[in-house]
Design a protein around this ligand. Structure first.
Ligand SMILES: [Fe+2]
Length: 191
């Protein structure tokens, strides 16, 4: 039986905090291997180890048809030309889709079809909702100058699989080019 206290939660879209929920905080040192420009990463890390993002989750129940949500806060910044980003993941239960609701700031989501490798970028901004289909790796970038916050709603049984991304990374990166986000192949950036 669901605890009635879990029927409502409150979050702060500015701080990215959910009342009563613990957030996972990722600093630059936690993101080794995520940025394409490893030299720029090492230079930035030598200068400090800033918070890059935090994610809190509300998990009212874990049954077959239940839902969870996560609240993300991603700070603005770049490593080389690449925007600050989240590690990104696939869902452990691959068919699980997800809705992302933009709350504050300007972001972009990188979506990569696991089977075909086809990649696309989709804006994530206030009053916009991004649909992440199943079997799709997804990562978020802050492409603005203020904190990006967003809600992700997903099946309780989706789970998170970070290992496939950690092993092969995303095929594409999102960089700033002429003041705007642009997607390019990781291997082309490294040339
Ligand atoms: Fe997800």
């Amino acid at each position: 039986m669901l605890n009635p206290d879990m029927l409502r939660s409150r979050f702060d879209p500015v701080t990215g905090e959910i009342a009563g929920a613990r957030a996972v905080r990722r600093h630059l040192s936690d993101l080794r291997g995520c940025f394409a420009d490893s030299q720029a990463y090492e230079v930035a890390l030598a200068a400090g180890n800033p918070l890059i993002y935090s994610v809190g989750a509300v998990e009212p129940a874990d049954g077959e048809g239940d839902l969870h949500y996560g609240l993300g806060l991603l700070l603005p910044g770049r490593i080389g030309n690449e925007y600050y980003l989240t590690k990104g993941h696939l869902h452990a239960w691959r068919p699980a889709a997800e809705f992302y609701f933009g709350l504050t700031g300007e972001g972009v989501m990188l979506l990569e079809d696991e089977a075909t490798g086809e990649s696309r970028i989709v804006p994530l901004s206030p009053n916009g909702v991004v649909y992440v289909p199943g079997c799709t790796a997804h990562r978020t970038m802050n492409v603005g100058t203020t904190p990006l916050t967003y809600l992700g709603v997903y099946p309780a049984k989706a789970g998170h699989d970070y290992s496939a991304i950690a092993k092969n990374s995303f095929r594409c990166v999102v960089i700033e080019r002429d003041g705007k986000p642009a997607m390019m192949k990781r291997k082309d950036l490294l040339k």
